[in-house]
Design a binder for this molecule. Sequence first.
Ligand SMILES: Cc1cc2nc3c(=O)[nH]c(=O)nc-3n(C[C@H](O)[C@H](O)[C@H](O)COP(=O)(O)O)c2cc1C
Length: 319
Amino acid sequence: MKVMGIVAGRHNGNSEILVKEALLACQEAGAEVTLVNLFDYNILPCTGCEGCTMSMGNVAMGKGDYTGCVLKDKDDVDALVTEMQKNNGLIIGVPTYDLMPSSIYTRFTHRFLAYELAFLLKIGKVKEDPHQVAGLIAVGGSCKDWQGLALDTMSATMFTQSTIVVDKFLSTRNGRPGNVLLKDDQIARAHKMGENIIKAIQTPVDQRTWLGDPDQGICPNCHSDLIMRGEEHWDGIKWPFECVVCGAGGDIQKDENGNFKFVLAPDGLCRDRNVNECRDKHLEEIMETRIHFMQNQGVAKEKMAKYKELKFPTVEIAK
Ligand SMILES: Cc1cc2nc3c(=O)[nH]c(=O)nc-3n(C[C@H](O)[C@H](O)[C@H](O)COP(=O)(O)O)c2cc1C
């Protein structure tokens, strides 16, 4: 059993303390553990070049070798992700900034696209699916009202690695570094997360289930709290409501006790982003969009001239 802790908070800060406590439980159960704090690494932002997905498309059509990320040799992400993909479990602690995960975390995870696990497995660059599970901890100075996008945005960073989130919790009202050491219940909850990760790793893949708090979130599939009104998908699928995070579709209903529930439609999991085959459907959408663009490039090129020539004053920084 290999478990990696990933921290995006201050050294000796609240996120790091909670992740260390969870890792302790993993170590006690016999796991080999590692801990990385993202502040110790050079992590460049995704340039948006689409080099990775273009190359994936070419390889899928039998053309050339996969070239990977253009930043592969320029920073530490390749080494970090390669190491991460060898783990059976991840425990991730991220501070909440402006309701959402801190930017160093999203900067790291947006680079995951070049390491899409389903794709790397398909072309043999990754030999064995680690069937990774994860526990997520969002850590903020406030309660849930000031951390509403934190945990669920963290969940949304897990698809590209096909990592299944089996536990997550919100660590609340922790400001200064070490504040969480005054909250024995939160330290115990982090320890429990470590135990849950071990339990999940030791459970056969097809029998793994949610191990976090039963009333966490409103989506019965991924336990997110973010349910939005549905709109027609590119291929016509539509549900009254959808989970923002996993893409499950269904409706909001009131139960006999007057509580609102998100009830899945019979086909509500056909777009579950956690499932490789369902993500393939999204790849089809991307390919269709790309083919349409390629066929109409001439029109876009003509219109582009106007915007290329259009210049506005910018902010000059004296060096
Ligand atoms: C730029 C910034 C924005 C923040 N925004 C929020 C917020 O929206 N909600 C919240 O609960 N805490 C917020 N905080 C507080 C941190 O989440 C809190 O101090 C946390 O314990 C930091 O984690 P760390 O000790 O692991 O670094 C913010 C802190 C900073 C620096």
